[in-house]
Design a protein around this ligand. Structure first.
Ligand code: FDA
Length: 395
């Protein structure tokens, strides 16, 4: 005889735990299964160990999803203020950083602990290091073959996350479940991920590893972000690169304004009037890291000469070069270092109000497994909380 539950949730990450707590509050008997040793492993390492758990300013345009309206219902059913309220109720101290990002003051462990205490109810069971071998649809719900036994449930919630960071237990299992039930998928790729460079660019910029400059970076589709750009020994990273990586397509160029706070032609003009004999290299090195200017001169992109020798046309060209510095990434570092997975279960297959699959009664999805990815800044967790909450109301 199978052990019977009202709800089985596969995945004890951010969305799965949120969903369990909510379904539990409704009096549903809940089983959470995870193949890992412990819950919330991504929460624990997130935000440099302090978990950027949400953002002060959350809207549908902070998410990448083929249907840009899909996220609206869940985000309004459970907002960032609801989650902040829970954080406060549990006495967790937090701080606001740039761009409205909220982080734990002490440790990401506080968030996992909070979710576990929300799940601390006699009607919620959790099982770890459990493999799900099979899932069958029955008249009244689903039967799951586990490596330990067989369980049955009325509602099944798939909260298995995306593919990023396989060493933390990421698997494509959620996608396989969607496919088993005939749901369409949006092809997956790594998002919020550093870029790698073609050999020539990599070699020319290799010495710049560790240098960060504030920049506005734009993709070919016109999406732009303003934050720090970091040169690494593999290529380009930093928050602005992670953000645009979610909009970049292979083969495309990115354009960076490396001096977003000034107009270079005007600044160089002023410098030329004040110090006509000063070299272009020294002048630019006052505006950007010297090593970067040296690398660009060495590469032949910029010719060093005294400022007084620069004519109008050269000034304009220099200005264009630094305000519209173009580079074509070779690719990304992939799922090994990506923070999220773009694509996943097609949201057209799901009800935006309940997260239930439209054509499979009782089958729900929550979190990153579906084609919803947030910007850097706490949006991915907010999606996990909102979609997990919603699934928990209906499963
Ligand atoms: P999540 O990945 O959290 O959980 C999925 C669960 O399913 C895991 O416990 C996994 O073990 C389990 N599972 C997978 N396959 C299974 C199988 N076959 N059988 C059983 N169980 C299975 N976001 C943010 O908003 N702020 C931040 O600060 C960060 N920081 C950050 C840092 C790093 C390094 C990464 C990789 C990611 C982030 N993120 C983030 C993104 C965020 O961690 C992510 O979007 C959420 O954890 C997604 O929540 P889910 O519950 O959907 O998946």
């Amino acid at each position: 005889m199978a052990n019977k539950y009202d709800v089985v949730i596969i995945g004890a990450g951010a969305a799965g735990l949120m969903c369990a707590a909510e379904a539990g509050k409704r009096g549903r008997s809940v089983l959470v299964v995870d193949h890992g040793k412990k819950p919330g492993r991504k929460i624990l390492i997130s935000g440099g160990g302090r978990c950027n758990f949400t953002n002060m300013d959350v809207a549908a345009n902070n998410f990448v999803c083929r249907n840009p309206h899909f996220v609206k219902s869940a985000l309004s059913q459970y907002t960032q203020w609801d989650f902040i309220g829970m954080v406060c109720q549990h006495g967790i101290d937090y701080e606001e950083r740039d761009h409205g990002q909220l982080f734990c003051l002490d440790s990401a462990k506080d968030i996992v602990q909070m979710l576990l205490s929300e799940c601390d109810m006699p009607n919620i069971a959790q099982r770890y290091q459990v493999d799900v071998h099979s899932i069958e649809k029955t008249e009244s719900g689903f039967t799951l073959g586990l490596n330990t036994d067989t369980v049955s449930c009325e509602s099944l919630v798939v909260a298995t996350g995306g593919l990023s960071m396989p060493k933390l237990g990421a698997t494509p299992f959620g996608y396989q479940i969607a496919e088993q039930f005939g749901l369409k998928m949006i092809p997956t790729t790594a998002g919020l991920v550093p870029f790698t460079l073609h050999v020539e660019d990599k070699e020319a910029l290799a010495d710049l590893s560790g240098i960060a400059v504030p920049a506005v970076v734009e993709t070919e589709d016109g999406t732009s972000f303003k934050e720090n750009l970091l040169f690494t020994h593999r290529g380009l990273s930093g928050p602005v690169i992670l953000q645009v990586s979610s909009y970049w397509k292979p083969g495309q160029k990115i354009t960076a304004d490396l001096l977003p706070h000034l107009t270079l032609a005007d600044t160089l003009n002023d410098m030329r009037e004040a110090h006509p004999n000063q070299s272009l290299k020294n002048s630019l090195s006052r505006l950007l890291p010297k090593r970067l200017i040296e690398a660009l001169i060495e590469r032949g992109d910029v010719q060093d000469k005294p400022l007084k020798q620069l004519n109008h046309k050269e000034l304009a060209l220099l200005s264009e070069y630094f305000h519209q510095w173009q580079i074509a990434p070779n690719g990304t570092e992939g799922y090994r270092t990506a923070e999220v997975t773009l694509g996943g279960v097609d949201t057209d297959e799901l009800s935006s109000k309940t997260m239930e699959a439209k054509k499979v009664k009782g089958l729900y999805f929550a979190g990153e497994v579906m084609d919803v990815s947030g910007w850097l800044g706490g949006y991915n967790f907010q999606w996990a909380w909102s979609s997990g909450y919603v699934a928990g109301q209906y499963a």
